[in-house]
Ligand binder design. Sequence first.
Ligand SMILES: [Fe+2]
Ligand SMILES: [Fe+2]
Length: 280
Amino acid sequence: MDRSQQLKAITKRIQSLPTLPQVVNKLTTMVESPEVTAKDVGKLIGSDQVLGAKVLRLVNSPFYGFPGRISSISHAIILLGFNVIKGVVLSASVFDLMEKSMIGLWEHSLGCAVVSGRICRVLNLSDPEEISTAALLHDIGKVLIRVSLQDDYEKIRGLVENRNYSFREAELEILGLDHAQIGSWLAQEWKLPERLTIPITFHHEPHKAPKIRERVSIVHVADSIVRAFGVGSGGDPWVSRISPSAWETLGLSRFDLKEMASQILDDLAEADARLGAPED
Ligand SMILES: [Fe+2]
Ligand SMILES: [Fe+2]
């Protein structure tokens, strides 16, 4: 079986996608309409109070650059745009399902968003908010494996724990494909824009990205950095090697990496203070 046949076989076994709040489904259709306003979308998200609160908390985190200053969801939409808000709502709801059993992955994803935002600002690239959102969602395929392919998930965990596999190697062995491909399929099902789907799809193979390689490379590098700093868990204890092509694409050698690392540590500490507090 080639990879696309394997993906088809696996997605057939995925009986249902993680159950998302109704609001999220409505939102997906709503943002496609050209007439929709920030107020309409704000109202919809606000109608689910828990989700609304979580979205506000995320958009006020340091990786969006307006820490503590966004007071309403419609304000967030005006500042960040529909795509970012859609990504934030999706990640808030998907990880909500998993908060207890996958807290490590949630922290890994938040950390990756923080680091991506910082790299983007240091490199002076546009749209740090969108790149952070792609980073927030980059490992979404792992959530789907955990929720919808539980037997395989257990086998994968077994290989990681007993045979020193990385999570991705174990996925390739058990499923014949990895969470990036599964995440890519999910992102398409959810009709996410290419600027989010491509980084999800290629974050482990940035050299294969057909476009926006800079964005993909940022998520790739951030993924290794959060692992190196020991923030959360990507499912295994390893720090993945940074691909030389990502390093080159971003021209990282031109920058003062020590300075960048200390900024990243500050950002991570601030994010932890803002997002790590228990929900009330
Ligand atoms: Fe990954
Ligand atoms: Fe990751």
